[in-house]
Every structure is written in structure tokens, then in C-alpha cells.
Design a protein around this ligand. Structure first.
Ligand code: SF4
Length: 190
């Protein structure tokens, strides 16, 4: 049925043809750090997705049979309506991943409790952006806490890193010495 000229079934058919399975939602373009290479163009006029918009997109992801959602930003953990997200994903049984700069992982207990709560609310994986640029603002220790806690909680973790430099290799080697099986993706800076 078409609502205002829009048919969810047509969209479903289109998506099937294109073999899409996941929906990415940029919750906010607000970020608490300022990586040199950042392509987040929000500038000073930064915004957040409204609760109404969030509800519509999550409902749509269900109607369109997406397998899950990927929450991004800016820094998506700064989104002010996380309680709303948790409620909807619980009720609708939606699984999601998120990408973060990891600034919040200041010590073991904070990191463990936050990740445990998200996992109890359907978080199925997490990606941390970390490299020389992020390291100007976020300590390596934060990344180590996230690695430790995701390992303990059995949450799949990916580290995304822009640039492959000597200093990146140093922290990478240190992390590997800790004996964790890490998935790290390197991107080149354009
Ligand atoms: S953490 Fe991400 S959004 Fe924030 S400044 Fe760095 S690259 Fe940009």
C-alpha cells in the first residue's frame, strides 16, 4: 500500500535487488574531539536525530527486514536519546553495532558496566576508531580497557585505523603482545 506516494513493499523489492542487509543511522554529527582528518562537516551547527526520526527509522528497519542497525556519528555515544534506543531495540528485537572513539572507556569498571548494559540491550558488535589522530585526544589505555572488556563480555570488536605509521605500529605491537585476537582494519588517508 502506498502512503503519500511511498510504498514500503516497493522499497523492500528494491532493497532485495540490491542485496542490502543493514541500515546505518547517523545519530548525531556532534563529536567531543577533533581529529585532523575528520570528514564530519557538521561544523558549529551540529545536530542530533530527533526521537521521532529515530522511531521512524527503527520501525522502518523492522518493516524492511534489515538484519541489524549500525549506529554512527560524530560520536554516537553522545546521542541524548540512548534510553529510547534501548527501549525500542528491546521491544522490537533489533540488534545493532556502534562505532565510537572510545573516550568514555576511562577505567575498567566504567567500561565493563557500559558495555554489559549495551550487550543486554542487543549490542552485537562494536568498532573503535583509533590511530595517531584519535590518540591526540583519547588515551591508549581507553582502547586497552575496551579490548579487555569486549573480550570478557564476548562482544566482537573491530579497530579501525587511518594510516599505517611507525607510531601506529608501536601500539599495535603492544596490543598484540597482550595476546588478544584482534581485528584491525587500516584505511589510507585521502
Ligand atoms: S572521532 Fe570521528 S567524528 Fe570525532 S573528530 Fe574523530 S573522526 Fe571525526
Amino acid at each position: 500500500m502506498k502512503k503519500n506516494g511511498f510504498s514500503i513493499n516497493e522499497l523492500k523489492r528494491d532493497l532485495k535487488k540490491m542485496d542490502y542487509h543493514y541500515m546505518a543511522i547517523e545519530l548525531t554529527d556532534v563529536c567531543n574531539i577533533g581529529c585532523q582528518f575528520c570528514c564530519n562537516v557538521g561544523g558549529k551547527k551540529r545536530g542530533v536525530l530527533s526521537e521521532y526520526g529515530l522511531q521512524i527509522l527503527l520501525n522502518m528497519s523492522k518493516e524492511l527486514d534489515f538484519k541489524g542497525i549500525g549506529f554512527t556519528g560524530g560520536e554516537c555515544t553522545l546521542y541524548p536519546y540512548w534510553e529510547r534506543i534501548k527501549k525500542i531495540v528491546r521491544e522490537k528485537k533489533i540488534v545493532y553495532s556502534l562505532i565510537t572513539n572510545g573516550y568514555w572507556a576511562k577505567n575498567f569498571s566504567t567500561t565493563y558496566e557500559l558495555l554489559k548494559e549495551l550487550k543486554n540491550n542487543n549490542l552485537n558488535s562494536i568498532t573503535v576508531s583509533y590511530d595517531d589522530y584519535h590518540r591526540e585526544y583519547v588515551k591508549e589505555q581507553n582502547l586497552k580497557e575496551i579490548i579487555k572488556c569486549t573480550h570478557l563480555l564476548n562482544i566482537p570488536l573491530e579497530i579501525q585505523s587511518v594510516t599505517f605509521t611507525d607510531s601506529n605500529l608501536r601500539w599495535l605491537n603492544e596490543l598484540l603482545e597482550d595476546g588478544y585476537d584482534l581485528r584491525i582494519t587500516f584505511f589510507s588517508r585521502i
